[in-house]
Design a protein around this ligand. Structure first.
Ligand code: SAM
Length: 298
């Protein structure tokens, strides 16, 4: 079993198995041992942990995870990588389970139950960039027991996750991530650390799940509907972007205006200026108005 995390052994494995890298699966394999070690440190992986790795590739990060964690579950979509992992790069480890599945269709709750008795796991991954957002939102929204997610993503996406109002990168992803977790940018990673080199810079971000969300909101779905609609037309005022949105019929222009007035915000404000707390307040106000209207009809 060759130790990965360097160009020589990575190229040797790719040649040995005549493996063709698949762009459609976002395959950019890590070849830098320092970065791999630092990801393990950032994720704070130790021998008590059960770790889910999304997309092990040829197993570079998986080797580090197996050395440091109690139990590792690695979910890989590309079936051509499975024999490389099973028969070669991970064959020496008894604490790893390799699953050949699409992570977006995997029952992660069942894995957590089986491998960690339903206790919170850590997710560690060099993500396939084409599905970064669905993977993160899927993990949060499905409510699987989760302590943290430490992931390599496109640098620009990492920035979007951690900024607040008043910056150009602030958007629906920032608010969604910050509702569920505390984001911390841990390191930036140059393209030279991968085979093949991606066209973008990368960064490792750690998302530590909140035990309870930082804001209270009556109707989470309505709040995220408002957030999505506000940023779908981010150059418009909130009144116009929400008033035009077809999928949130609870929020017509008058209701949004009344809510802004009650919250002491100007009628001309744009969604990009609102904090998470203010979006929650807006959702609660609209929700209360809808309830009053409903009660007066019955
Ligand atoms: N962890 C490896 C490393 O760091 O060298 C590989 C990372 S590579 C950026 C992303 C990996 O995710 C690839 O192995 C790819 O085949 C896999 N992948 C892509 N889409 C996936 C999906 N929907 N479910 C599971 N794995 C996926």
């Amino acid at each position: 079993m060759a130790a990965l995390g360097n160009p020589t052994n990575t190229i040797a494995i790719l040649k040995k198995y005549n493996f063709n890298l698949q762009k459609k699966f976002g395959q950019n394999f890590l070849i830098d041992a320092n970065i791999l070690q630092n990801i393990i440190l950032a994720a704070d992986v130790n021998k008590d942990d059960c770790v889910l790795e999304i997309g092990p590739g040829i197993g570079a990060m998986t080797q580090y995870l197996c050395e440091n964690a109690r139990e590792v579950v690695a979910v890989e979509i590309d079936k051509k990588l499975i024999p490389i992992l099973r028969d070669d790069t991970l064959s020496a480890y008894k604490n790893v389970t390799i699953i050949n599945e699409d992570i977006l269709k995997t029952d992660i709750g069942a894995i957590v139950q089986k491998k960690n008795g339903g206790n919170p796991i850590k997710v560690v991954a060099n993500l396939p960039y084409y599905i970064t957002t669905p993977i993160i939102m899927g993990l949060f929204e499905s409510n699987v027991p989760l302590e943290s997610i430490t992931i390599m993503v496109q640098k620009e996406v990492a920035q979007r996750m951690q900024v607040g109002p008043g910056t150009k990168d602030y958007g629906a992803l920032s608010l969604a991530v910050q509702y569920y977790a505390k984001p911390e940018l841990r390191m930036t990673v140059p393209a030279t650390c991968f085979i093949p080199r991606p066209n973008v810079d990368s960064a490792v971000i750690k998302l530590t799940r909140h035990k309870t969300p930082p804001v209270r909101v009556k109707d989470e779905k309505l709040m995220f509907g408002l957030i999505r609609a506000a940023f779908n037309q981010r150059r418009k005022t909130l009144v116009n972007s929400l008033g035009n949105a077809v999928d949130i019929n609870a929020a017509d222009k008058e209701k949004v205006l009344a809510a802004l007035d009650a919250m002491g915000l100007p009628a001309t404000i744009r969604g990009e200026a609102l904090t998470l707390e203010q979006f929650a307040g807006l959702a609660d106000f609209i929700c209360a108005q809808a309830e009053t209207a409903h009660n007066s009809l019955t």
